[in-house]
Ligand binder design. Structure first.
Ligand SMILES: Nc1nc2c(c(=O)[nH]1)N[C@H]1C(S)=C(S)[C@@H](COP(=O)(O)OP(=O)(O)OC[C@H]3O[C@@H](n4cnc5c(=O)[nH]c(N)nc54)[C@H](O)[C@@H]3O)O[C@H]1N2
Ligand SMILES: Nc1nc2c(c(=O)[nH]1)N[C@H]1C(S)=C(S)[C@@H](COP(=O)(O)OP(=O)(O)OC[C@H]3O[C@@H](n4cnc5c(=O)[nH]c(N)nc54)[C@H](O)[C@@H]3O)O[C@H]1N2
Ligand code: SF4
Ligand SMILES: [Mo]
Length: 767
């Protein structure tokens, strides 16, 4: 026991030893029977055969629960034999595992000992079953009653000099009901410090889409993908991260559409798909999905799209009818300026920067010319760069010039990550101020929310680091491992007086904590909250709100639902004296939904309309209504080329997900599609770069990044030759987060630059 020393000797990165790595060729297809086998292996091991099979039948069904993994939407008529994918099944198995850890476990192992385990091992320990406290100077978590936990939080909140010394972080799994109450409490307490995982995720999409189209969300519905002429999938790996999207791409192909993938990697899932829901898919050779793969260099999408636009413009001048002139005239502004700007770049320059061979660009131009039904799907490959916002605006330019916005089978499709990240935003999880939202709170809840902008993720890290924020509370998530600059974030969290985690499973944010720390265990999506008829609501990536009702018995009798525990904290803090009846809300979700209807934009009669597959929130782009934008028209924008001067020996690194993880939750050590088994500390490298740098296959290296004269290092990676553009590297997150500088992020959206980090690869002996 270290007396009076709250800086416990905890390890931030787990052990260094390698496991027995196995490498094969990348898989030529996604899903298939291996997908089913992997899903079943995880489900049966964690849940038992009967419980797994019967629970999976309720996932994504009309009267069942929403998959807790990604935000991909459910079809109008979910398949009764199973409307889920391998990774949905893994997420369920992970949440509904029969393994549990409680007070006895924590009495045996100190946080210092636990911190020496891998993130995989920590997660595998099982569900957290009771509230726990790590008191100042102690190394072991001990049990605490719910009442005492609420009082501890309330007392600490009362002790602050200003409400802005508290931070209320949200991950994206919480229901609309929980998120609404949480945001309400932060505002009632007096702060807009509501950073969320969106800040690290699709914030660039939100900013880019709001200023060009007038809504920070996508415009397509699921059915739009089925009938598109061309779907562009840019900076996204759906085979792993949104697997049921492959069925939608397959439908598009069956209807005669084409798929263009824009990605430094040939991701297996995008190439060929063996649909496990059909016998043909299981037994046949699969469906080739991508018609054209453009192997763009990391963060060179802007030159690539400019090149495509330049070539389309030349064709338009020659043949006409390539761009949609009527649409451009009626609904947009800025086209002329953009076309003029395109003249200032040479084709050679754009080719060279993009790294894509001429004939492939020409093939893309051919596929797109004159088409009107175009959908662009994207995810982190576009958002997590210094110029993430501009990159997305450049893709929007393409859609606007082609008139492929606000019509069936066309539009924007930013594919959201966490299953309810979009809903959380819609009901008020945001660090910025929405005046109308606040006004409605004032009208319907009787208090005035603060009018000063709060802290986002990056600002929250800095505030804790500087001692300006003293309490950090997290509704789900794993802030330490998800945020950039792991060592800096660890230091920041450790400088807090109190850190509170509302969680289902153990992760490193429970071990690297403030002076005092609390773990508040809660239900997973698949579990019954407050009895059989209780349901919550969620919003998917395409803006549809539906209900979700868990069916499993809770993993422990001591859990509290998120709304209930948030309401109890609020009630304890306000000692029952506030304009909001917190106690009532915590126990009656219908009452929360009534308030959501009154306060959050577009929600209406949610109680009844969220039935079945639910209802769509209003979306101005779908109606081709740009009247709220200055000038009343959609904006075509001019975006600069990225500036990346790589020095000799420098590479551009993107930090990506393996097939066996959900963000910082590591389900397993394999990445089946990329042919890597049993190890995660891998750096994917172009074979020519390996030769030029004298590196052998499986050689052990350290990766280092130098920004603002500070050098950061991620230790012990094995080099793997891989089909990736020259001077580009890929490695998994969160192992590489130590390399992402906390103060380098996207312009305006402030999303950390997790997909374009300049690094050096250092042989270990020369390090
Ligand atoms: N199973 C599983 N599902 C998940 C998650 C998970 O971890 N596991 N996470 C969820 C979350 S929160 C999110 S946000 C999404 C993430 O979903 P994705 O964005 O698909 O996830 P990443 O692994 O970050 O993959 C980014 C892709 O972008 C490509 N890329 C990187 N840089 C560039 C670039 O500069 N240009 C282009 N064109 N491409 C680039 C990479 O090669 C990679 O294919 O998935 C969600 N779903
Ligand atoms: N380098 C790098 N960093 C990245 C990214 C990247 O691509 N590269 N991606 C970024 C992105 S897109 C995102 S979204 C963030 C993710 O950041 P977070 O959302 O903070 O992280 P997760 O790993 O999703 O959080 C996992 C934890 O959530 C808890 N949990 C799971 N289910 C529930 C639940 O139902 N309720 C509650 N209360 N808790 C639950 C569990 O304790 C689990 O350990 O990471 C970001 N960080
Ligand atoms: S696509 Fe996403 S939401 Fe659908 S089952 Fe798979 S993981 Fe779950
Ligand atoms: Mo995300």
């Amino acid at each position: 026991m270290i007396e009076n020393n709250y800086k416990r000797n905890v390890c931030v990165r787990g052990p260094d030893a390698f496991s027995e790595i196995k490498v094969t060729n990348p898989k030529p297809y996604a899903a298939g029977k291996e997908g089913i086998a992997a899903a079943m292996k995880h489900s049966f091991k964690e849940m038992g055969v009967f419980r797994a099979m019967s629970t999976l039948l309720h996932m994504n069904q009309k009267d069942g629960f929403d998959c807790p993994s990604c935000a991909w939407p459910d079809p109008e008529k979910p398949s009764r034999i199973g409307e889920y994918c391998e990774n949905g099944a893994k997420a369920l198995a992970d949440e509904a595992t029969k393994s549990t850890i409680g007070a006895e476990f924590f009495a045996k192992y100190s946080v210092e000992e636990l911190s020496l385990r891998t993130d995989y091992d920590l997660n595998a320990l099982g569900r957290l079953t009771e509230p726990l406290v790590l008191r100042e100077g102690c190394l072991h978590y001990a049990p605490i009653s719910w009442k005492d936990a609420y009082t501890l939080i309330a007392d600490n909140l009362h002790s602050l000099n200003s409400p802005d010394e508290a931070i209320f972080y949200t991950s994206g799994r919480s229901s609309n009901e929980a998120a609404f109450l949480y945001g309400l409490f932060a505002r009632a307490f007096g702060t807009n410090n509501l950073p969320d995982c969106s800040n690290m995720c699709h914030e660039s999409s939100g900013v880019a889409l709001s200023e060009t189209l007038g809504i920070g969300k996508g415009s397509v519905k699921l059915e739009d993908l089925y009938g598109a002429d061309v779907i562009i999938v840019a900076g996204q790996n759906p085979g792993t991260n949104h697997p049921r999207m492959l069925s939608a791409l397959e439908k598009c192909k069956e209807n005669g559409g084409s798929i263009i993938s824009i990605n430094p990697l040939e991701e297996s899932g995008l190439m060929n798909f063996k649909n496990p829901q059909s016998l043909k898919g299981l037994l046949g050779s699969g469906k080739q999905l991508t018609d054209l793969h453009l192997p763009v260099k990391i963060n060179q999408d802007i030159p690539l799209i400019k090149l495509i636009l330049k070539k389309l413009a030349a064709l338009d001048r020659l043949e006409g009818n390539i761009f949609d002139t009527d649409f451009i005239q009626e609904y947009t502004e800025g086209a002329e300026a953009l076309l003029k700007d395109l003249d200032s770049y040479s084709v050679q320059e754009l080719h060279m920067l993009s790294g894509v061979p001429v004939e492939k660009v020409d093939a893309a131009v051919n596929l797109l010319a004159g088409k009107r039904k175009i959908v662009v799907c994207w995810a982190m490959g576009l958002t997590q760069h210094k110029n993430g916002v501009e990159t997305i605006r450049e893709y929007v330019n393409l859609l606007l010039l082609m008139g492929a916005i606000g019509k069936p089978f066309s539009g924007t499709c930013p594919v959201r990550g966490h299953s309810n990240v979009q809903g959380d935003r819609s009901v008020g999880i945001m660090h910025y101020v929405d005046k109308d939202f606040n006004k409605r709170i004032e009208t319907h809840l009787g208090f005035t929310p603060p009018s000063e902008k709060g802290l986002d993720v990056v600002a929250a890290m800095q505030a804790m680091y500087k001692g300006e924020a003293k309490i950090f509370m997290a509704l789900g998530g794993n802030f330490l491992m998800a945020a950039s600059d792991t060592d800096y974030t660890a230091e920041a969290l450790q400088r807090c007086e109190l850190t509170v985690q509302v969680s289902t499973k153990l992760n490193r944010s429970h071990l690297v904590t403030g002076k005092t720390a609390l773990i508040l265990p809660t239900y997973g999506r698949s579990e019954k909250e407050h009895g059989a008829n209780c349901f919550v609501t969620v919003e998917n990536s395409m803006g549809r709100v539906r209900r979700s009702r868990g069916i499993l018995k809770a993993s422990s009798d001591h859990l509290r639902s998120e709304p209930e525990l948030i309401a109890s904290i609020a009630d304890t803090y306000f000692k029952g004296k506030h304009t909001v009846d917190w106690k009532l809300l915590g126990n009656d979700y219908r009452k929360i939904r009534e308030l959501i209807d009154k306060v959050a934009k577009g929600f209406e009669n949610t109680e009844s309309r969220a039935n079945g597959v639910g209802y769509y929130l209003p979306n101005n782009v779908r109606e081709r209504d740009f009247s709220k934008l200055p000038g009343g028209k959609a904006k075509i924008t001019i975006n600069k080329l990225p500036e990346h001067q790589l020095m000799a020996g420098e590479f551009m690194l993107m930090t990506i997900r393996s097939h066996d993880q959900f963000n910082t939750t590591i389900y397993g050590m394999d990445d089946r599609y990329r042919g890597v088994y049993n190890e995660r500390r891998i750096v994917f490298m172009n074979p020519d770069d390996m030769v030029e740098n004298g590196l052998d296959k499986m050689e052990v290296v350290n990766l280092s990044s130098t920004y603002d004269s500070g050098t950061r290092t991620a230790y012990n990676f094995k080099v793997l030759p891989y089909k990736i553009p020259k001077s580009n590297l890929a490695a998994y997150f969160p192992e590489t987060n130590a390399l992402v500088p906390y103060n380098h992020f996207a312009d305006r959206s402030r999303t950390p630059i997790s997909k374009s980090i300049k690094v050096k690869v250092c042989k270990q002996e020369s390090f």
